[in-house]
Structures are given as structure tokens and as C-alpha cells.
Write a protein that binds this ligand. Sequence first.
Ligand code: AMP
Ligand code: MG
Length: 186
Amino acid sequence: MKCVVVTGIPGVGKSTVLNTALAKAGSKFQVVNFGDKMFEIAKRENLVNTRDEMRKLEPEVQKRIQRLAARAIAEIAKRENVVVDTHCTIKTPRGFLPGLPSWVLEELKPSRIVLIEASPEEIRERRAGDETRQRDEDSIEEIELHQAMNRAMAMACAMLTGATVEIVENRTNMLEEAGDKLARCI
Ligand code: AMP
Ligand code: MG
């Protein structure tokens, strides 16, 4: 079965673009949110109360939960085509943690990696307007660096898997266009 990985830094509008794309692409895919899977596990172990606390856990703990989540998603991918909503890198207090290290890629075997991007200014605004999450208040330069790290990571993942890499821009007031492009990628 096919696996497409969709990534983008927090606040870029990844889940919103993904929902728009799925409405267009029909129901050929099951969307699996990597963060949801990790949160289920982390909550069960009483490690966190909210999903935004997970990236503050010790890297070794995050990686253990990450591995379990990847395995659970691989089980789903045996039966159906999946789109995995996740991150190339996670910005943690101890540096950028790879969201797609080799052991995650070995489980998911993605054929394509899509990066949802926007301008740092747009991302900052979207984060500030999101009351539902505890988003980081990064500067424009920090957001730029995070997106650059994600591009580098996406190509490193392509090296390991042969996956193709696509970039979809999510410009303000152009959600339909972003959704159309993503629908063509998945
Ligand atoms: P999200 O809802 O996409 O922002 O994801 C919530 C949280 O799940 C992130 O802040 C990370 O802590 C965690 N997460 C999601 N995907 C991964 C991944 N591939 N590797 C490690 N942590 C992840
Ligand atoms: Mg999301």
C-alpha cells in the first residue's frame, strides 16, 4: 500500500490544507496524524496532558514513543493507502529532533514527502491567532531556519527511501490552490 508523508512547521496550516485536499482527492486515503498516535501513547503512560508538551520531553523518551507510533501506523498502511500528517523535524529545547529518522522511514516506506510551506510572517500570524494550541513564539529568523531544516531533512529522507519531495505553498486566502496542489501530490 502507498504511504505519502505530509509535513510542515507548526502553524503553517498543514491539517487545514490536508483536509481541503482530501475533499478534492476523494476517499482513496486514510489520514493518520502521527502526533495523535504519539499523544495516545504518551497520555496512556501519564507523560503529558496536552500534545504540545510532548516536544518538551527528553529526546530519548520522544524517540521511544515515536518508534511505537510509527509501528502502529505501519500496521494501518498494510491494509490501506495512508497519508501521514507529521513533521520533518520537531523543535525541542534540546535542538531539532528528526521526525523522520531511519527507523520511522523503515516502518512507513513513504513514496512521496510533501512539505507545506508559507512565509515566516504568515506563519507567525497564524500561530498568534491559534487559541487551541500552545504554539512557540518564534522570531521570523527562527521560523526561516526551521523551514530550511525541514527542506534539508526531506531531501535526506529522499536519499534513504527514494521518495520524491514536493513543496506546496499555503498562501493566505489561497487555501483552495494549496488544496488542489496537494490533492495532485497524494
Ligand atoms: P502536530 O499536531 O502535528 O503539531 O503534532 C503534535 C506533536 O506530535 C508534535 O509537536 C510532536 O511533539 C509530535 N510529533 C508529530 N510527529 C512526530 C514525529 N514524526 N516524530 C516525533 N514527534 C512527532
Ligand atoms: Mg496539525
